[in-house]
Write a protein that binds this ligand. Structure first.
Ligand code: GAR
Length: 208
């Protein structure tokens, strides 16, 4: 069983996709041990509670310094003895200490085809606003390992999504979630849980 912690900041639709995929057997050998948010109002916390999963909140506002928050976050994560940490819309920079401690055990979902529209300042709707502004015809989502940079770690999975005439950032975000993110993130977890890191579990792959 891959003991997995999911870090969230918002609505938690990606978290929901993971929970559903575990429930319906698409993702195996995986247990969500905890959901942690920096945002007390995150609906993702409610989704975790409804599922009987420990939901923890650590808000930077309740700590005297960023360093104190970072230490508390690492301590909290450590306390659950996790094999994998999934950033599912977690909009906080991961402390370097945590990256070093959990090297190749932290994955992130980003709503574009990295290296397009990623890095500092590109998160949530802003990514889709930038894609529309640039006029790309294809966008998508990426799951990658987290390293010390911003969206710069090794890529695990990517999926392309068409931009359609008349798209707004909101309609594009929704399509990228439905067609890419909600499939890709569970697929990446299943690959890790079942020791298939060569990409052959990707949609259309041989699944050997
Ligand atoms: C998702 O689109 C995710 O890719 C994005 O935030 C959204 C969270 O939605 N993450 C980033 O932009 C990270 N740079 P959710 O809370 O409904 O899963």
């Amino acid at each position: 069983m891959l003991r997995t912690g999911v870090l969230v900041s918002g609505g938690g639709t990606n978290l929901q996709a993971i929970l559903d995929a575990i429930d319906n057997g698409t993702v195996t050998n995986t247990e969500i041990a905890v959901v942690i948010s920096n945002n007390p109002g995150a609906y993702a916390l409610e989704r975790a509670r409804k599922h009987g999963i420990p939901a923890e909140c650590l808000s930077p506002k309740n700590f005297p310094s960023r360093e104190a928050f970072n230490d508390a976050l690492v301590e909290k994560v450590d306390s659950y003895g996790l094999d994998l940490i999934v950033l599912a819309g977690f909009l906080v920079k991961i402390p370097e200490k945590m990256i070093a401690k959990y090297r190749n055990r932290i994955i992130n979902i980003h709503p574009s085809l990295i290296p397009s529209f990623c890095g500092v300042g590109y998160y949530g709707l802003k990514v889709h606003e930038a894609a529309l502004e640039r006029g790309v015809k294809i966008t998508g989502a990426t799951v990658h390992f987290v390293d010390e940079g911003m969206d710069s770690g090794p890529i695990l999975l990517q999926k392309a999504v068409e931009v359609k005439p008349g798209d707004t950032p909101e309609t594009l975000q929704r399509r990228v979630m439905e067609e890419a993110e909600w499939k890709l993130l569970p697929a990446a977890i299943d690959m890790i849980a079942n020791h298939r890191l060569d990409g052959d579990k990707q949609e259309g792959g041989t699944g050997k």
